[in-house]
Ligand binder design. Structure first.
Ligand code: PLP
Length: 377
């Protein structure tokens, strides 16, 4: 991955809070269902107009009910990052793409074999070693395994050089794996605000080159899959056939800063109570690193945004304490006040909670479990 240029920690445009009434224990996650539905239908409509399939990454919500909303809006299936997520979110004929270069160690092989009987499953592949090992471990069952060859489009994380994708696809096909196509994740779209457009172009170029490399081996790729939230729209142009954004469903402060989310699209906040104002110039809330996560892009200041207090900075996080600094001229919220905090990066935050409170028209309407919480293996 390209090292991001050092920029001054920036402030994002203020996120618009949603209404919530009633009482709840803190810290907790509040999810505004109208915003979720708007995010789901906006992305679905964009991809329908483009004629590009949408396969949302479910690692963001880890929720069967949210997955149902996405599938009902026209998603062709789900993307997941682990077998654990697939085990929880698959079933009922849902088509699942495990977009990860899974290594076929025996415990994973046993779990994958069990899943193959339940759900249409495709895995990521970025080495000939993994392809051959899958064949050895699965035996004749390897013929039921589908794979997508991963290519690197500039993120520098995983994926082979696009021009070599054909060689890997050939090895996979020769050992009995059904090669569906090629995929990439333009993670460099996160490098700085506005980086998504160029990363989306990189994704398209890399997939087009990889598809040619497969054709040179006589393998016609059915799927060219790109994706992330910052690149989804830009990448959804031929020859790309599918995109896999995940974060768009809840959005977060980082996406607002990147320019990939509207300020009224952030659908999930962490509610936290002010538990201390003993130290001048700051308050302490009951949401620390175990509620907000310590994720922070180099270009982002603080560990989240306190809604309605745009001048406040979440300066330090301990496990259960969040220290929020206020400029001298700004009144501090009183002890006992409940603050709504938009997390920097929503995906790890969801994984820290057992459930979220669903909100509609400002009322609490239910508690939705984070079904695949902790399923990181
Ligand atoms: N596909 C892959 C392989 C990913 O790793 C990710 C995110 O990490 C996504 C899709 C979804 O990207 P985002 O969270 O930006 O929506």
């Amino acid at each position: 991955m390209q090292v991001p240029a050092l920029v001054e920690p920036s402030r994002t445009p203020p996120i618009e809070p949603f209404e919530v009434r009633g009482s709840f224990d803190t810290p907790c996650l509040l999810v505004d269902l109208e915003r979720v539905e708007a995010n789901v239908s906006r992305m679905a409509a964009t991809m329908r107009d483009r004629g590009v399939a949408l396969r949302p990454h479910a690692k963001t919500h880890k929720s069967r009910r949210v997955a149902d909303l996405q599938l009902a809006a026209g998603a062709v299936g789900l993307t997941v990052g682990t077998l654990g997520e697939a085990e929880v979110l698959a079933g009922e004929g849902r088509d699942v793409f495990l977009a990860y270069p899974l290594w076929p160690a025996p415990p994973k092989v046993a779990r994958l074999r069990a899943l193959l009987g339940v759900t249409p499953l495709t895995i990521g592949l970025d080495s000939a070693e993994a392809a051959r090992r899958w064949a050895t471990e699965l035996g004749p069952d390897v013929r039921r395994l589908r794979a997508m060859v991963e290519v690197d489009s500039g993120g520098g994380r995983t994926g082979v050089v696009p021009s070599t994708a054909g060689e890997l696809a050939r090895v996979a096909q020769d050992v009995g794996i059904e090669v569906q196509g090629v995929f990439t994740h333009g993670g460099h779209g996160y490098a700085r605000p506005g980086a998504g457009a160029a990363a989306a172009d990189d994704e398209r170029r890399a997939l087009a080159e990889a598809a040619e490399a497969l054709r040179a081996e006589g393998i016609e790729p059915a799927v060219l899959s790109a994706g992330s939230t910052p690149t989804a729209e830009g990448a959804a142009v031929a020859p790309v056939t599918e995109v896999r954004p995940g974060t768009y469903v809840f959005q977060d402060r980082q996406q607002v800063g990147l320019g990939s989310a509207r300020t009224d699209a952030v659908a999930l906040v962490v509610a936290a109570t002010v538990v201390s104002d003993a130290v001048p110039g700051q308050v302490v809330v009951d949401a620390g690193g175990k509620a907000l996560s310590k994720d922070r892009a180099a270009w982002l200041s603080g560990f989240g945004e306190v809604l309605r207090y745009p001048e406040a900075t979440i300066e330090r996080l301990y496990d259960y304490h969040g220290v929020v600094r206020f400029p001298e001229s700004t009144p501090r919220p009183k002890v006992g006040s409940v603050l709504l905090i938009a997390p920097n990066h929503v995906c790890p935050v969801v994984d820290l909670a057992a459930s979220f409170l669903a909100v509609r028209d400002g009322e609490l309407v239910g508690r939705w479990p984070v079904d695949a919480r902790g399923r990181s293996a």
